[in-house]
Design a protein around this ligand. Structure first.
Ligand code: CTP
Length: 409
């Protein structure tokens, strides 16, 4: 097997390399084998930046983390229930897991985990390219372990599952396959693509929160647009809701730095209210985010009324005042230039900021006593101000006096 000691040294910062070397020595002293695995090995082999350092220990990951903390001053956070630990010092960290095998009692369920060997640990993983390990023990530092032919698949740019039940065990892997394919400009190899298509119904076993997380991970990718088109093409989006589309329209509207709620609002924008509600339910989007997306649907219904030319600005204001700015902004983003969109922009940029000069105290001084009446008159005053019927304090006072007298404004 090849040795990637040089790639490891080149890819890691001084501090990260020191951490890896210290881990290797401490593990050796405890009699454990230790490996860097999955994403970081894949990315080192591809010459891509390393995001996380994932370590598998044939031994007790928690004892190893505690040993490192005691002897070398690293900070450790241990999770005994899962046999995992996080080790860190200033700007470097690593995730340690005890080598384990996983069995799935039913599709979509969380796996039952038992301590095991590196071989079984690699065998439980998603794709061959993520099932490669490199030893970080001092005596064979950098030696690759690749039981599944991951190296060849990496060279060929192929995403391949390790066994035919992979998507049944964990259907989120369907999303992961597309994410890697688009990120790395790889190809999902034909048998794996066939298995995706065959197992689309397994998506129904994924909880709303996990689905939302998978979509969020796609949104965060640089290749998000291509990935969304691909999840559409493979029939994955339709499985979430038959009306969802990851098409050119969505691609043109998505912005890299958009908040997540805006991304989900755009994803569901062209759905009718009922389909949108069902999708929110499926993705477990509730609370403030759910509210914003429902508001977007309501604003869509006002677009006809908002497209009337010369609509009094007070009408525009009153149609939109109960919606959040975020919801109005989504509609602006989603709609093509039109009279309605101009009104939405005017509302956000100007109308919503307009207030009369007079306030409640001024109205009290002018003799209005009840809170309800003050509210009514302030509203009429705001409308008049929005419609440019009053400009100065004097004009506002004159209007208030006529309203007190009961004149028609
Ligand atoms: N993994 C898996 N099945 C999943 C999720 C994760 O087999 N459903 C395994 C893969 O071997 C993966 C590792 O767990 O490499 C770590 O998962 P994650 O951090 O999500 O993946 P990375 O490969 O590090 O990917 P990324 O670059 O997106 O962080």
């Amino acid at each position: 097997m090849p040795n990637i000691a040089e790639q490891i040294k080149k890819s890691l910062t001084q501090d990260a390399l020191a951490l890896i070397n210290n881990l290797g020595k401490t593990a050796r002293d405890l009699g454990y084998n230790i490996y860097i695995v999955g994403g970081p090995v894949r990315d080192m082999l591809l010459g891509r930046p390393i995001v996380d350092i994932d370590i598998v220990v044939e031994g007790d990951a928690i004892a190893l983390a505690r040993g490192m903390a005691k002897a070398l001053g690293y900070q450790s956070k241990t999770h005994p229930r899962f046999g995992t630990a996080n080790l860190y010092m200033s700007n470097v960290s690593a995730d340690l897991v005890t080598a384990r095998s996983e069995t799935y009692e039913k599709p979509g369920a969380l796996p039952t985990v038992t301590p095991s060997s590196l071989k079984s640990d690699l065998a439980r993983r998603d794709f061959t390219m993520n099932a490669i390990a490199a030893s970080v023990a001092p005596n064979d530092f950098g030696e690759l372990i690749d039981y599944a032919g991951g190296l060849n698949d990496l060279k060929a740019g192929l995403i391949r599952v390790l066994h035919p039940n992979s998507f049944m065990d964990d259907a989120t892997r369907i999303f992961r396959a597309v994410r890697y394919e688009q990120r790395l400009s790889f190809t999902i190899e034909p048998v794996t693509e066939g298995l995706i298509k065959q197992n689309l119904s397994m998506i129904d076993t994924i909880s709303g929160n996990r689905l939302k997380n998978e979509l969020n991970l796609i949104f965060k990718e640089d290749s998000c647009i291509k990935a969304l088109e691909r999840v559409d093409e493979l029939g994955i989006l339709k499985r979430l809701h038959p009306s969802l589309r990851g098409n050119g329209w969505l691609s043109a509207k998505l912005c890299k730095d958009c908040d997540q709620v805006i991304l989900f609002a755009l994803l569901t924008y062209n759905l009718n209210e009922e389909d949108c509600r069902d999708t929110l339910k499926r993705l477990n989007i509730s609370g403030k985010n759910g509210q914003t997306i429902k508001e977007v649907q309501k604003i869509k219904k006002e677009l006809n009324a908002l497209s009337v030319h010369n609509l009094p600005f007070s009408r525009v204001y009153r149609m939109l005042e109960n919606f959040s700015n975020e919801a109005v902004e989504v509609v602006i983003l989603a709609e093509e230039p039109s009279a309605a969109r101009q009104h939405l922009e005017l509302y956000i940029e100007e109308l919503q900021l307009i207030r009369p000069i007079l306030d409640g105290n001024d109205l009290k001084r002018m003799g209005i006593t009840t809170g309800r009446k003050i509210g009514q008159i302030l509203k009429q005053l705001t409308n008049a101000k929005l419609d440019h019927k009053v400009r100065t304090r004097g004009e506002e006072e004159r209007l208030v006096k006529s309203l007190i007298r009961g004149d028609k404004p």
